[in-house]
Design a protein around this ligand. Structure first.
Ligand SMILES: Cc1cc2nc3c(=O)[nH]c(=O)nc-3n(C[C@H](O)[C@H](O)[C@H](O)COP(=O)(O)OP(=O)(O)OC[C@H]3O[C@@H](n4cnc5c(N)ncnc54)[C@H](O)[C@@H]3O)c2cc1C
Length: 815
């Protein structure tokens, strides 16, 4: 066994491309006290057999920037380290074999434009010019990304490792980490076959093993391995060595020139989970048996697209394992369960192209104590604790690999491992025709099918089959009354004599308010960025109910717990599962509620922004006058076991009022008309409340201040360089989703952050940020522009406003 130091600043577990990239970037940030431990040899896990495609267009701006960074890094790594990487910028072509796929590609073109990525639309003939072996059968268009490329994954990993060593990192092979040491919620080191090593920071880059390594320390790392296939042909005469990569997502296939041969790989819709009883210890440079029956239909589809395959022999049938996550996005960041324990794993078959960027931002995160930009899409805090459940992961992994090349439909829902978390009224909603969507395993009614029709999505980029039903739900809320099941909300209690001071520091708004008041507030980081967007209800002198969204439950609770100073007399409890939440919303809601309650519900006795315990039916519930839909309404917090009976009572009492069950799609349409922000889309940890137009929720001068105040003061002084606005197309089509470029007087000035059709306004709506090339964005500058939104490479005139289009003075909410 090699001699290990007894102490290191950072220990990295795993010497695949990701671990080596983290080590390299830590060293570049000046952290040389880094020890990387690899149980066998560098690259022996998944890295050694990767195909080496380096694509750059990802689903978000920041992830695209990371992929762009990766390509630039690999391009220069040989010069820096003397170790070749095989990197070549050959470009890539994606072909579309259906109108829907072409729309997807064209929307991707627009997205790439606002991410600053070079991209060209190609006709089928132009695609063939660049890729002569292509069969154009069924091809209706294509897209060319000239900056995409390829590399040799083993050489690239070795180059990163060499770069890290050159800056003082110690890399030790053939030593297995066997345990994670912790004390008082912090990591303190690792146990290894060669003895213990104390460390301030441990980074879990253990690839397929990362779930098990995390579990040693009670950390959830939800990933599961699946078999992943490609073939390499015999040499093909005349194959150009600079052939672009080719993707035919409709055939689930990709093609890469590989030393005069073709490498053809697949992302099949129904995949094969692997390692169900754990990843074998013996697994190193593992090659799984080729499953010819499994790949035969895939191969047939690939041959139709590239007919030369029919007459070319296959030199290698390759099958290797790779890890996949439940939502097909990797897992990055400090684990919410354990301070100092970082994770970079679950790369869903894009680990080579992601490693450069992921390694860089993780190193920044470790050194600076926070992520350098909004990384929510891949942040490990998006995961619910249950998601490490083995059976759930295995069942979801049947679906995950196929998602990369599947249609990225708007509103697309997972099909596997469903029904995990259900609200207390789930069966009642289902009986009423609910079509459910899933967030972190929670089933939520998105829309309700009319009697006689099936609650199932029929996807498209245009109006989907639920459009009319959802419109009717929307109108019921605007004109009468609607009932939402919002039980998936995250709910926390903060209790104790110091609760008011503790929360006062975390919240930008004033929370030292009379008992019974609800405060809408943001939690900010030191840079003024929005970490959370939620409501806080003072339910007693020393107790607050904090309500946030299902998607951010883990993150927000972790932020809350970590913000309580050790000496403070305040304790936080997650009570999400204890309460159901029903949202009774619409101008008829007060009258309806009054039929079930003797409480004085008048506007004077029970105004907007207050919360009271009331008798309702046979139950006693907390009623809060708050809304996310822009109408008079009540959120009812109901002890879980009372919820079914109360739901029935509300529906029975609601019949004469025309009460309609409403789903999350209607809620989204309603909130967009009111320009209510959505954390994760419109606001994030890199947007400040001032930029987001939430300055009204800042209590600048409250005693004791709040975290982030100084940064906001500076920004207020300097003027805003970007601002969130509401946008509406001036025509009914096309529909907006997000990441559509915003043009002002013919210049690209921003992109949308969320989009939805607004049924009251009758127009596609969006929210988005505008920037003025580094200058201040003033209301005058905004008003003086002529705007267009780009959708699928075409521009459409749009209106822009700093205020909501619907009820800007919120008169309907406050009545
Ligand atoms: C067939 C195939 C084709 C692919 N093609 C591409 C592609 O074209 N482009 C792309 O971007 N990606 C591709 N990928 C995905 C890519 O290979 C992976 O995402 C990437 O290699 C993951 O790197 P990693 O460092 O996270 O994991 P790994 O390479 O598996 O590294 C993890 C390391 O941790 C070590 N380890 C585990 N437990 C311990 C322990 N207890 N102590 C010490 N060490 C430990 C392991 O031995 C291993 O070496 C492909 C994958 C497959 C299977």
């Amino acid at each position: 066994m090699p001699d290990l130091p007894s102490q290191a600043g950072v220990v990295i577990v795993g010497g695949g491309i990701v671990g080596c990239s983290v080590a390299y970037h830590l060293a570049r940030r000046g952290v040389s006290d880094v020890l990387l431990l690899e149980r066998r040899q560098l690259t022996c896990g998944t890295t050694w057999h990767a195909a080496g495609l380096i694509g750059q267009l990802r689903a978000t701006h920041n992830l695209t920037r990371l992929a762009q960074y990766t390509a630039a890094l690999y391009e220069g790594l040989e010069r820096e380290t003397g170790q070749a990487t095989g990197f070549r910028q050959v470009g890539s072509i994606a072909v579309a074999a259906s109108a829907e796929r072409l729309e997807e590609l064209k929307r991707g073109v627009s997205m790439a434009r606002c991410f600053g990525l070079e991209v060209q639309l190609l006709s089928p003939a132009e695609a063939k010019e660049r890729w002569p072996l292509l069969s154009l059968e069924g091809v209706v268009g294509a897209v060319y990304l000239p900056k995409d490329g390829r590399c040799n994954p083993v050489d690239t990993t070795q180059a990163l490792a060499r770069g890290a060593r050159m800056k003082g990192v110690r890399i030790v092979e053939n030593v297995r980490v066997t345990g994670i040491e912790t004390a008082l919620g912090r990591v303190t080191g690792v146990a290894t076959e060669a003895g213990a090593v104390r460390a301030d920071v441990v980074v879990n880059c253990a690839g397929m093993w990362a779930r098990e390594v995390g579990a040693w320390a009670g950390v959830s790392v939800p990933l599961h391995a699946a078999e992943h296939f490609y073939i390499v042909t015999e040499p093909i005469a005349g194959l150009p060595s600079d052939l672009p990569l080719l993707r035919d997502a409709d055939a689930a296939s990709y093609f890469k020139e590989d030393a005069g041969k073709l490498l053809v790989g697949w992302f099949e819709p129904v995949a094969k989970p692997w390692g169900e009883r754990g990843i074998p210890e013996s697994c190193a440079f593992e090659q799984l048996p080729p499953d010819l029956a499994h790949i035969e239909p895939l191969f047939a589809a690939a041959m139709r697209r590239v007919p030369v395959l029919e007459s070319t022999g296959v030199q290698l049938f390759f099958n290797g394992p790779e890890s996949f996550t439940p939502d097909n996005r990797y897992l990055l960041g400090e684990a919410p369960e354990l301070r100092g324990f970082f994770v970079a794993a679950g790369f869903n078959s894009i680990g080579i192209q992601s490693a450069g960027g992921a390694g860089k931002v993780l190193a920044d995160w470790i050194v600076d104590g926070h992520p350098p930009s909004d990384l929510w899409d891949v942040d490990i805090r998006r995961c619910a604790p249950f998601q490490r459940n083995h059976r759930y992961l295995r069942d979801r992994t049947v679906e995950s690999p196929g998602l990369l090349y599947g249609m990225h439909w708007p509103f697309r829902q997972a099909e596997s491992a469903r029904g995990v978390r259900r609200s207390m009224v789930h069966e009642r909603l289902a009986a009423a025709g609910a079509c459910f969507g899933e967030v972190a395993g929670y089933e939520r009614a998105n829309w309700f099918a009319n009697q006689g029709s099936t609650p199932r999505y029929e996807y498209s980029y245009g109006r989907q089959n639920w459009f009319a039903q959802s419109a009717a739900e929307h109108r019921a809320v605007r004109e009468g009354v609607g009932l939402f099941d919002q039980s998936s909300f995250a709910k926390f209690l903060l209790k104790g004599p110091d609760a008011v001071q503790v929360l006062g520091r975390i919240c930008a708004n004033e929370v030292e308010v009379p008992v019974g008041r609800i405060v809408y507030t943001q939690w900010l980081n030191e840079r003024g960025g929005i970490e959370a967007d939620l409501t806080v209800t003072r339910e007693a002198e020393d107790s607050y109910l904090i309500v946030s969204s299902c998607a951010t439950q883990t993150r927000d609770f972790s932020w809350l717990c970590r913000s309580i100073p050790p000496a403070a007399r305040a304790v936080a409890v997650d009570v999400s599962s204890a309460y159901a939440v029903l949202g009774l919303m619409g101008p008829g809601s007060r009258e309806l509620l009054a039929t079930l309650s003797d409480a004085d519900l008048s506007g004077a006795a029970f105004p907007f922004g207050t919360s009271r315990m009331i008798d309702l039916g046979y139950a006693r519930v907390r009623a809060s006058r708050i809304t996310y839909v822009g109408e008079l309404g009540y959120e009812l917090y109901i002890p879980a076991e009372f919820a079914p009976a109360l739901f029935d009572a509300l529906r029975a009492a609601g019949a004469p009022f025309g009460l309609r069950l409403a789903g999350y799609h209607a809620m989204n349409s309603l909130r967009m008309e009111k320009a209510y922000r959505h954390w994760g889309h419109d606001i994030s940890d890199e947007d400040t409340p001032l930029e987001a137009g939430l300055g009204f929720a800042i209590a600048w001068d409250k005693p004791g201040g709040f975290r982030g105040r100084e940064a906001l003061l500076e920004q207020r002084e300097a003027g805003l360089r970007r601002r969130l606005v509401a946008l509406a197309l001036e025509c009914e089509e096309p529909l907006l989703y997000h990441n559509e470029p915003i043009w002002r007087n013919g210049r690209l000035v921003g992109r949308t952050t969320s989009g939805m059709f607004g049924h009251t306004l009758g127009l596609p709506l969006a929210l988005g940020y505008l920037a003025n090339a580094g200058d201040e964005v003033t209301p005058e500058w905004i008003a003086a522009g002529r705007y267009e939104l780009e959708v699928a490479a075409e521009r459409f005139p749009a209106r822009v406003s700093l205020r909501p289009f619907y009820d800007p003075a919120s008169e309907r909410v406050k009545c």
